[in-house]
Design a protein around this ligand. Structure first.
Ligand SMILES: Cc1ncc(COP(=O)(O)O)c(C=O)c1O
Length: 432
């Protein structure tokens, strides 16, 4: 094999020439960044410069880059047997399913179907909901992001991810219960009335389900208004549907107060979709469903070549163990609260900071040209984003208007990192 060419120019040239347009498009920085190494909450670029990763490689790094326990678990499985197709039996996926089911709300019979990614799990959850109910219509939220496979894309409520192709029928997007930008402000009754009107006017009256991220991730850390999810869940069930919670970003204790963000909404879904942090960087997703719903799919094969791959499941088992052993949920609450104070100070000092929101280690700063009109400020966001990187922070520029700085760091981030964040952000916001 030729030696790996770490030069930025070489990487840029090869990407331009050999990456398809569909994979080339996601280029958030004007000057690209190359990362070579990671350890826990830190990353190093190819020149050896260190960064604090406030993005967790898009929420995939839950317990830390190259966490030794996860690395050891994967390494052992890789050496012993990298893959066992699901027609043969292996203890690691079976035990991981048991351990994952134990993390779900008690008093229900949970079963697990492993996938390779979040979108694949979303598609499966959709098919499961339609099988289980015999219905087709789904209620989803505007501004939701569920992935880019056809089903997930059809449920996504952001035009930038929806291709100009015949997406699935029966997917209905309702007003997002967003207290900052939502159509009805913080009026939960109005959002609920809109759901009822959509069911009445746009569906057959029979629902397959309601899907939501309890906290929208890519959409810009938008927390569903209290009471909304519970009430829509009741309405959905009254119309024959089930509830799917997309915990791909918000799960595994990231919010600090609960292991699953839906637990803060007093609802027990029939299906929970998870991915990203479950594998700490190893490709892994899962649909965890109540048995009475999942069982309806027994009649046909639903096979993913790498679903239940033992290396991925070994990573997942190690992640769950580390979360318990290292108290990452409590750490998310503690460090998240300290970071929130930093962001609130920025809000007081810089007019461009229109809104600070989120909790635990799921937070965002929304930048606006004017606090009253809330006109998004994507150019300033791009500038602050670029400067933050130069000042040693990795963040994400999120939301349909690309004016939201999203922060979802590895859950091993420490209180001692908070001063670094404040100093770097102060320098990046200087002049605004
Ligand atoms: C909330 C949510 N659901 C689903 C997905 C899709 O996951 P994947 O990219 O692994 O297909 C994502 C990915 O960003 C996500 O943020």
């Amino acid at each position: 094999m030729n030696p790996t060419d770490w030069s930025k120019d070489g990487i840029v040239a090869r990407r331009e020439k050999y990456f398809a347009a569909s994979q080339r498009a996601f280029v958030p920085y004007k000057v690209p960044t190359v990362f070579k190494r990671g350890s826990m909450q830190y990353l190093w670029d190819e020149t050896g410069k260190r960064y604090l990763d406030l993005l967790g490689m898009n929420v995939c790094i839950s317990v830390g880059h190259a966490h030794p326990k996860v690395t050891a678990a994967v390494e052992q499985q890789l050496r012993e047997l990298p893959h066992v197709t699901t027609m043969f039996y292996h203890p690691v996926p079976a035990q991981f399913a048991e351990e994952l089911a134990a993390k779900m709300p008690k008093g229900h019979d949970w079963v697990v179907h492993f996938t390779n990614s979040g979108a694949e799990a979303i598609d499966l959850a959709l098919v499961m909901a339609q099988h289980a109910t015999g219905n087709i219509d789904m209620i989803a939220l505007r501004n939701a992001y569920h992935g880019t496979t056809i089903g997930a894309q059809s449920l996504t409520g952001i035009a930038g991810f929806r291709h100009h192709i015949p997406l699935l029928g029966g997917m209905h997007h309702v007003a997002n219960p967003d207290p900052y930008r939502g159509a009805f402000g913080d009026d939960v009754d109005a959002y609920v009335a809109e759901v009822k009107a959509t069911i009445r006017n746009s569906t057959s009256g029979r629902l397959a389900g309601f899907i939501a991220e309890p906290i929208q991730g890519y959409g810009g850390i938008v927390e569903a208004l209290p009471g909304y999810i519970k009430r829509v869940a009741e309405i959905t069930r009254a119309h024959g549907g089930i509830v799917i919670m997309d915990e791909v970003q918000s799960g595994f204790g990231r919010t600090g107060d609960h292991f699953w963000a839906f637990e803060g909404h007093d609802v027990v879904p029939e299906i929970v979709v998870m991915a990203k942090g479950i594998g700490n960087g190893f490709p892994l997703g899962a649909v965890v469903a109540q048995r009475h719903v999942a069982e309806k799919m027994a009649g046909k094969f639903t096979f993913h070549t790498y679903g239940a791959n033992p290396m991925a499941c070994a990573a997942g088992r190690a992640v769950l163990e580390v979360i318990d052993e290292e108290g990452t949920q409590a750490n998310s609450a503690k460090v998240g609260a300290a970071l929130k104070k930093v962001f609130e100070r920025l809000h007081q000092k810089h007019e461009v900071v229109g809104h600070v929101r989120g909790h635990g280690l799921m937070m965002a700063i929304e930048l606006v040209k004017d606090r009253k009109s809330k006109t998004p400020a994507p150019e300033i966001t791009a500038d602050v984003f670029e400067k933050s990187r130069d000042n040693g922070l990795v963040l994400s520029k999120s939301g349909a208007n690309r004016n939201i700085l999203r922060m979802v760091p590895p859950m091993c981030i420490q209180e001692s990192d908070v001063a670094l964040v404040e100093e770097a952000l102060e320098r990046s916001f200087a002049g605004y």
